[in-house]
Design a protein around this ligand. Structure first.
Ligand SMILES: Nc1ncnc2c1ncn2[C@@H]1O[C@H](COP(=O)(O)OP(=O)(O)OP(=O)(O)O)[C@@H](O)[C@H]1O
Ligand SMILES: [Mg+2]
Length: 259
């Protein structure tokens, strides 16, 4: 088992002329939850796409589960699960059928496939609805199904891009209860993006704030908060490290000058 299943070294990505990820580096220890936080457009999803081998890096290196994303993309894919930012389960299929597609895609077969599918359906609380069409699921159920699809092959590393967006507090809590039980059993390393600072604070061992492609702060949530003030929340830390106050102020000033 790698000491650092995610190891990012000077990663950079440019979309044509736009520098979306600018020379970022960080390491995630085995079994940890790492939160990549920052304003819209900061470069979080681009980073996740490079680490899941969906986008090439313009410069720098990254190792996932011990494999180089550039040189060994197949091995990386065999060892990871990925839940993209956008909902992607097929509504015209049942939950079971969606899961079966993923299980086949990951090369699972026979009795092992059936056992792993049953196990993950149980863990994600989907046994009773597995034969219903996904069109009839709530947002929270769809997200639990998508997570089931991403972990059915028991990956070492899991990438979750805004897994709880649009979920009500109860659905969010339920999703994390299921996922935590799973993570502890499998010792899965997780990289997560979220705009919910309470969620990041409660779950993440370490968080990094990104701003315009760069990492501007990285530490345990507790330390990032304490660095600002005794009573600071992670929301406050977000505003502080990403200069969001300045941005909101500039936007207000612009609005004032227009009206
Ligand atoms: N396919 C693309 N082509 C060109 N520019 C892109 C593309 N995808 C993203 N970008 C730009 O790259 C920057 C980073 O985008 P990215 O999606 O990584 O941000 P993000 O931090 O995930 O934001 P959000 O919180 O809104 O999901 C943004 O300025 C975005 O407009
Ligand atoms: Mg994103």
């Amino acid at each position: 088992m790698n000491t650092f299943p995610i190891d990012v070294q000077g990663l950079t990505h440019r979309y044509a002329t736009h520098l979306a990820v600018n020379n970022i580096s960080f390491k995630v220890p085995s079994g940890a939850i790492f939160g990549l936080l920052g304003p819209n457009g900061a470069g979080k999803s681009t980073t996740v796409k490079i680490l899941t081998t969906l986008l090439p890096a313009t410069a720098g290196d990254a190792f996932v589960a011990g494999y180089n994303v550039r040189r060994n993309p197949t091995e990386v894919r065999q060892n990871i699960g990925y839940v993209p930012q956008m909902l992607c389960a097929d509504g015209d299929l049942t939950g079971y059928e969606n899961l079966l597609l993923s299980a086949k895609l990951y090369g699972l077969e026979g009795a092992q496939r059936k056992d792993l599918m049953d196990e993950v359906l149980e863990f994600m609380g989907l046994i009773d609805v597995q034969h219903d069409l996904v069109n009839s699921y709530s947002g929270g159920m769809i997200r639990r199904l998508e997570i089931a699809q991403s972990i059915v092959h028991q990956p070492h590393v899991l990438f979750l891009d805004e897994p709880t967006v649009g979920l009500d507090p109860a659905a969010r809590q339920m999703l994390w209860q299921h996922l935590e039980t799973w993570r502890k059993k499998q010792n899965t390393t997780i990289l997560l993006t979220t705009h919910d600072m309470d969620e990041a604070d409660a779950l993440c061992d370490v968080v990094a704030f990104m701003k315009r492609g760069s990492i501007v702060a990285i530490d345990e949530p507790k330390k990032l908060k304490e660095a600002i003030s005794k009573a600071a929340s992670l929301d406050d830390a977000f505003m502080h490290y990403t200069d969001y106050g300045d941005y909101a102020h500039a936007k207000q000033a612009r609005r004032r000058s227009i009206t």
